[in-house]
Design a protein around this ligand. Structure first.
Ligand code: GDP
Ligand code: MG
Length: 172
């Protein structure tokens, strides 16, 4: 049969950015307008076949509230991949996303595959964070992150970001 690898993946980012919604879209193909706030963290798994290898993602969806910050290392330690999520309509969430990237760079493992997701891309009229030029794309390039704007609501780029991570994982 096909070769299989397990990959621990953590979602980090401000509360309300859409971490749980991205996971729900990826794992179940669903979206809900009133997604409940995550308490502590939630676990999901989903398998993708990439180049004849089954990548089983073990996904930790963290809460994002500042009061749970001290728990975050439990979830990103040993993770093969991280998706750092911000909300394109919320500049503060982008600033927090950069803080998460810094924290991972300082404490995480240097082989970690990192993706930056600018979520709620469907809400273009309320955009506060520019996609190209000065902001997200440039920041991602400078920091070696894979970048995409996503929408958990419309499903834009959601599977793509997980596929891209799977492709970039080291083949054990
Ligand atoms: P989390 O705290 O980062 O897990 O964020 P949630 O997944 O709980 O989402 C917070 C709110 O934003 C919920 O009301 C979601 O329905 C909404 N939301 C999440 N993703 C999107 C998106 O891509 N587009 C829109 N319009 N709303 C979204
Ligand atoms: Mg959540």
């Amino acid at each position: 049969g096909n070769k299989s690898i397990n990959a621990k993946l953590v979602l980090l980012g401000d509360v309300g950015a859409g971490k749980s919604s991205l996971v729900l879209r990826f794992v179940k193909g669903q979206f809900v307008e009133f997604q409940e706030s995550t308490i502590g963290a939630a676990f999901f798994s989903q398998t993708l076949a990439v180049n004849d290898i089954n990548v089983k993602f073990e996904i930790w969806d963290t809460a994002g509230q500042e009061r749970y910050h001290s728990l975050a290392p439990m979830y990103y330690r040993g993770a093969a991949a991280a998706v750092i999520v911000y909300d394109i309509t919320n500049q503060v969430s982008f600033d927090r996303a950069k803080k998460w990237v810094q924290e991972l760079q300082a404490q995480g493992n240097s082989n970690m595959v990192m993706a930056l997701a600018g979520n709620k891309a469907d809400l273009v009229d309320a955009r506060k964070v520019a996609a190209e030029a000065s902001d997200a794309q440039t920041y991602a390039q400078e920091n070696g992150l894979f970048f995409a704007e996503t929408s958990a609501k419309t499903a834009t780029n959601v599977n793509d970001i997980f596929f891209e991570i799977a492709k970039r994982l080291p083949r054990v």
